[in-house]
Design a protein around this ligand. Sequence first.
Ligand code: URA
Ligand code: SF4
Length: 208
Amino acid sequence: MTKNGNNSASPFLPDRHDLSSLRNAAACCEGCDLYRDATQTVFGEGPERARYMLVGEQPGDQEDRQGHPFVGPAGRILDQGLEEAGIDRDEVYVTNAVKHFSFTNKGKRRIHQKPTAAEIDACRPWLSAELAAVRPEIVVVMGATAARALLGREFRVTKQRGEPVPMGDALAVATIHPSAVLRAPDRDAAYAGFLADLRVAADTRPAE
Ligand code: URA
Ligand code: SF4
């Protein structure tokens, strides 16, 4: 249980579920404790009818400061991957499983902390509402946190990445998180794998 007794974003959802109503309401979400120390809610961004939805973990340090998803180092890897895979940014809605930055202080630095299962679950209503509003054909699930939110706790990114799997009316393609590319001992190999998965997403067509 959180300090304020909340364990879900549900009570903070607006009546209307278009993206701008959702974004405005999410700015005031107190569905778990993460809003307390973070600068601001970082909601998803992109066209209301995007063909692709990309889902990461949570905003990082830069995203928390700037208020936009994937604008830091991981975002640069993502942008490069999308471009090389031939996925047009105009067709992409980008969001995160958790909308507030989770961190611990280490001196002056803010160190990223993995969101807990309870935080992922608490934030899930925003992601569900984004999926319902955008209705993407392809969902690119990046990393274990997004996979836990969207594909369940049994899903293993390492084993099941790069294969389209049904997810509601959409197809999901899982891959590693772009931050994992940055941390990998062999960054070129990790990036190549990430790009291969994005290419699968680019080539996937929904069933008729
Ligand atoms: N990592 C994420 O998962 N999302 C961001 O927006 C930035 C870094
Ligand atoms: Fe609400 Fe999600 Fe932020 Fe928690 S992380 S306060 S559920 S928006």
